[in-house]
Design a protein around this ligand. Structure first.
Ligand SMILES: NC(=O)c1ccc[n+]([C@@H]2O[C@H](COP(=O)([O-])OP(=O)(O)OC[C@H]3O[C@@H](n4cnc5c(N)ncnc54)[C@H](O)[C@@H]3O)[C@@H](O)[C@H]2O)c1
Length: 358
């Protein structure tokens, strides 16, 4: 029996609700498969932990999860703790030191879900966004001086290294090559940002030469938003900086129907550290505790985690169960225009898993 150690960090708000649902579905998935088990360790890190201890996770937090096979993460953010404290104290405090430099965000219109784009019925929108996840605009480099004076000054410096850009380009080209259309769009802003973004483009062109079978084009980020809306079928794999992809992926999630179904993997491709899987959404204060959070993004993130662990059959079975459930509008949560609860969707996915005879 194959066994994997999973570190579950539900975090804040609906993070706790969707991770509980996700762990239930994963347990049923392993039971149905019979070939592997998941040993889950739970970590109560997040904003409540911060209020009690003055930090988002223990000082040796990363050491506690360093040897797990994967991390299953909910969301961070609380109305009474500044967002930069929660984000840098937990999520980025894991992603960056663990070199999870490839943030992979698949986007598809799942069966039964209506895209707000009137000309999209499903197959026209099938993308993977690869977000550079370790540097760029979120490198954390900068500072603040003369605090409280009229000449107070603050900087955030976008840091791009040749190593960082080359590795994300190689990852994105490799991923594009593994997909049927073998097409990659490099998102840039080298017209206005004439240093780092010019280097970004140059390195993209160098790496493109290593992947002659990948059809590659370049697009300014502002024009990319328009193309995503007007010509979604012209896009397959996208690579973009930390900030650009952060914004583009919320747009992508909305075009695919809801933020509540969008998954992500923070991948350390070299597997020197555990990779982390999470829904894209945040802690959603407005619906916390109401039992209506859409758990589909978390289920899909769980399927990505199984795939990463090498459990391809189980990952495919979980995706089939998700799609069977989304196909039924009676099982849509309010973000998709329905009335179903988190528990009803979770029950339905578990049932679909057990009933899947493939
Ligand atoms: N990865 C993360 O941990 C992460 C990501 C984004 C935001 N945040 C944090 O979350 C907090 C709230 O941020 P926000 O409101 O900008 O973004 P959000 O993603 O929490 O919510 C945006 C909107 O989408 C809805 N939504 C999100 N997930 C949903 C789901 N699963 N089912 C149904 N509806 C869903 C919410 O109800 C809300 O209306 C902030 O503190 C922010 O910093 C954390």
């Amino acid at each position: 029996m194959r066994s994997y150690r999973i570190a579950a960090i539900p975090g804040d708000g609906i993070g706790t609700e969707v991770i509980a649902a996700g762990l239930r579905a994963l347990a049923v998935c392993s039971e149905r498969d019979g070939g592997f088990r998941l040993a889950v360790d739970h970590f109560d890190w997040g904003s409540d932990y911060y209020k009690a201890h003055g930090r988002m996770m223990p000082e040796n937090g990363r050491d506690q999860i360093r040897h797990h096979d994967a991390i299953f993460f909910g969301a961070v953010g609380a109305p009474d703790v500044p967002d930069h404290v929660t984000l840098w104290g937990l999520r980025l405090a894991i992603c960056q030191p663990f070199q999870q430099y490839a943030n992979v965000r698949p986007t598809r219109v799942l069966p039964g879900i209506t895209s707000p784009l009137r000309h999209v019925s499903g197959p026209e929108l099938d993308w993977v966004i690869v977000r550079e996840n370790s540097e760029g605009e979120y490198a954390g480099v900068g500072g603040r001086v003369h605090k409280g004076f009229p000449h107070e000054t603050a900087t955030d410096v976008a840091m791009f290294t040749r190593t960082g850009v080359t590795r994300i380009m190689r990852y994105a080209f490799g991923l594009a090559r593994s997909r049927p259309r073998k097409r990659l769009t490099v998102v840039t802003k080298s017209n206005a940002q004439r240093h780092a973004m010019v280097m970004w483009d140059e390195i993209a062109a160098e790496v493109a030469a290593e992947f002659p079978d990948v059809d590659c084009d370049k697009m300014l980020v502002d024009a990319m938003t328009m193309r995503m809306v007007m010509r979604p079928d012209s896009i397959d794999t996208i690579v973009a900086t930390n900030l650009h992809a952060d914004i583009l992926s919320d747009l992508a999630a909305a075009l695919a129907g809801s933020l509540g179904i969008a998954p992500t993997g923070n991948i350390n491709p070299e597997r020197e550290f555990p990779s982390m899987f999470e829904p894209i959404h945040g802690s959603a204060f407005d619906i916390t505790g109401k039992g209506i959070a859409n758990p589909v993004a978390t289920f899909w993130s769980g399927a990505m985690m199984l795939e990463h662990l090498g459990e391809r059959d189980a990952a495919a079975r979980l995706m089939r169960a998700i799609e069977r459930v989304t196909a039924d509008p009676r099982l849509h949560t309010p973000d998709l225009g329905g009335t179903a609860t988190t528990a009803q969707v979770t029950d339905a996915v578990c049932e679909a898993l057990l009933g899947d005879n493939r």
